[in-house]
Design a binder for this molecule. Structure first.
Ligand SMILES: Nc1ncnc2c1ncn2[C@@H]1O[C@H](COP(=O)(O)OP(=O)(O)OP(=O)(O)O)[C@@H](O)[C@H]1O
Length: 601
């Protein structure tokens, strides 16, 4: 598809979206701008001619009075209407538009394959565009409205000039064509300059973020990392100055040609002198026509600028809309089967047969030939060194990724046979890298809306928090379950310690009825004794659920029915704690190392 066709198609797509969501606003906005365009033509040319001719030729006051009255009436009505449309009607409609678009994108984002978020190209291209949509659809309508207004003004003035002073039209058309070509070329130059500055801007923006975001504040204060970062900032800044030096001379020349040579000199100067000559020496046009056409050409000067601006704006919109559509048109690879299997209600066997997995963009498999059978209600521990593949295994179990080879079977069916949503609902999960959200404590545990008056649900949340050893802390919170988390929206938002936050995340795993509990290093922020107590409490609380937990602290793994020891993406040992100790392999070695540390501590 040609570039121009793509620009039109993409802007049309966005305009269509606006018309679907806020049709009344779209029509009213276009109509208002058309009225403004007409206003410029009628009063910028016709009124002037009428008045000046009335004064200099007919010497009649009536046309002047009529023109002034008409001007006042049209002007006042259009301003009152604009006040209502743009101050009252538009803000509400624009909110509606934003909400519709964001909701569509939120739903799409959740359905998007999890793996896509770890593909940097996809993330930069599409996810970023989708997260920046605010106001973008409205902007396309604004540009369309501006285009309509300026087309009306320019074509109206051209028609008037053609009738009043056809020779002058030649001058104007030459000027317009030249200015149009120059603008298109200078846009290209600007685009190249932007393209070269973009990576530098990204680098600068990253470094600024590092200095202001709380996530980096500790390291910045306790290390000398600021020095190389500031150096990098300086380098990026220097490189941006080079870009400016490289492109500015060309841009200045083009601007002089555009604004001075073709606009001031040709369209304003030469044309002005020529029409003055027509009126004073040749007497071929009236004073009224002189005033009207010179003013018309002047009005056309800035209308043309606006017209070119709106064409440029459509080009810019296109870059953005292309990415947005890329995001919207992305189909999840993990599509649900059209005849999904029915999910069993009680815990069932999970079996991994010859499972291997390689991350996209990674040449090496992270998991190799994993075989595992987890019987209902078993308590399973997965242990191993950093990077062994434990969390990846959990992600496969949750079907955040699909296996590259082999299969995972739940209740004798490949997990792909179930609807992903139903399948994942079987699991209560506490992630290693959990997030707390800017919502109430209750909502952070239930992970959905919780009405303050819903006593049953609130009681369940309290029970889950108790199971996660958060009960005592809860009793010290003034607003209890209604406590707002994070300072994102409220200065009174509660900040919890790492361990406390982790307990809230653990409570999530307990709060819903589910068959399998997955706890990925659920207590890494806790001291070893609290961790042991918490794990014991958790295993007891888990009751008749299957439990799979990852832990680096081997004291807790004694409680498991079976332990899998992983290394470099493979299971190297499996069995109960006693069996593995008797085996005297890697697990036993690791266990003794840790036990020794606690004894000497
Ligand atoms: N999204 C990803 N893309 C590419 N490689 C990844 C991705 N996530 C993890 N890896 C790689 O996979 C390997 C296993 O990571 P994983 O997080 O599963 O290990 P782990 O055993 O849970 O480690 P830890 O104990 O440190 O949490 C690591 O080498 C890691 O770099």
């Amino acid at each position: 598809m040609g570039k121009r066709a793509e620009i039109i198609r993409n802007n049309w797509f966005m305009l269509g979206y606006v018309f679907r969501v806020v049709p009344r606003y779209a029509v009213v906005h276009l109509f208002m701008q058309a009225l403004f365009g007409l206003f410029d033509v009628m009063w910028g040319i016709l009124l002037i001619k009428l008045v000046v001719d009335a004064v200099t030729i007919s010497q009649s006051f009536t046309p002047v009075l009529l023109a002034a009255g008409g001007y006042l009436l049209y002007g006042s009505l259009i301003q009152i209407a604009a006040g209502y449309v743009y101050e009252i009607f538009a803000p509400i409609q624009l909110q509606k538009l934003d909400k519709a678009m964001q909701e569509e994108l939120f739903v799409k984002a959740i359905k998007m394959d999890y793996s896509r978020y770890h593909n940097p190209e996809f993330f930069n291209q599409f996810v970023w565009a989708a997260s920046q949509t605010e106001g973008k659809a409205a902007a396309v309508l604004d540009h369309a409205a501006a285009l309509l207004k300026n087309i009306i003004t320019v074509s109206g003035i051209l028609t008037a000039l053609l009738v009043l002073n056809p020779l002058g039209v030649v001058v104007v058309l030459v000027g317009m064509a030249a200015r149009f070509i120059i603008t298109v070329y200078s846009n290209k130059v600007r685009f190249r300059s932007e393209l070269e500055s973009k990576p530098l801007e990204r680098k600068k923006s990253y470094i600024s973020r590092v200095f202001y975001l709380p996530d980096y504040a500790k390291e910045l204060r306790t290390s000398r990392i600021a020095a190389p970062l500031m150096d990098d900032y300086g380098d990026a800044n220097g490189a941006m100055q080079q870009v400016v030096r490289k492109y500015s001379p060309r841009i200045i020349v083009l601007q002089v040609l555009n604004n001075y040579v073709f606009r001031v000199l040709l369209m304003d100067g030469v044309y002005f002198a020529y029409t003055a000559y027509q009126v004073i020496v040749l007497h071929t046009i009236s004073y009224g026509t002189f005033a009207a056409v010179t003013n018309g050409v002047w009005t056309m000067g800035w209308s043309l600028n606006n017209l070119i601006d709106s064409v440029t704006a459509f080009q810019k919109n296109n870059l953005y809309i292309r990415k947005l559509r890329g995001f919207l048109e992305e189909e999840p690879q993990m599509a649900d089967s059209s005849h999904p299997a029915v999910m069993p209600e009680s815990p069932k066997e999970i079996k991994l047969s010859n499972v291997s997995f390689t991350y996209e963009n990674s040449g090496k498999p992270t998991l190799v030939d994993i075989n595992m059978t987890i019987r209902p209600k078993e308590k399973i521990a997965i242990v191993g060194y950093n990077g062994a593949g434990k969390s990846t295994l959990i992600k496969l179990l949750l079907r955040l990724y699909d296996v590259t080879e082999g299969e995972i079977v739940y209740d004798s069916k490949n997990i792909k046979a179930y609807r992903a949503e139903d399948y994942r609902a079987q699991f209560g999960v506490a992630f290693q890298d959990f997030q707390l959200f800017a919502a109430s404590l209750a909502e952070n545990v239930w992970m959905d809306q919780v009405a303050e008056g819903d006593r049953e649900l609130n009681a369940r949340v309290v029970q889950a928090l108790h199971k996660a050893d958060f009960g005592e802390r809860l009793s010290r919170l003034n607003r209890g379950l209604q406590t707002e988390l994070t300072r994102e929206f409220s200065d009174e938002g509660q900040i919890f310690s790492g361990g406390e936050a982790q307990k809230i995340a653990i409570a999530r795993a307990f709060v819903r009825p589910c068959s399998v509990l997955i706890l990925d290093e659920p207590s890494s922020a806790l001291d070893p004794i609290s961790e042991y107590n918490l794990n014991r409490a958790m295993l007891e609380a888990a009751g008749d659920k299957t439990v799979i937990f990852i832990s680096h602290r081997l004291s807790t793994t004694r409680l498991a029915d079976r332990i899998y020891m992983m290394e470099h993406g493979k299971i190297i040992e499996s069995g109960s704690h006693d069996e593995l100790m008797r085996l005297n392999g890697s697990y036993a070695h690791l266990f003794q190392l840790q036990a020794g540390r606690y004894q000497t501590a």
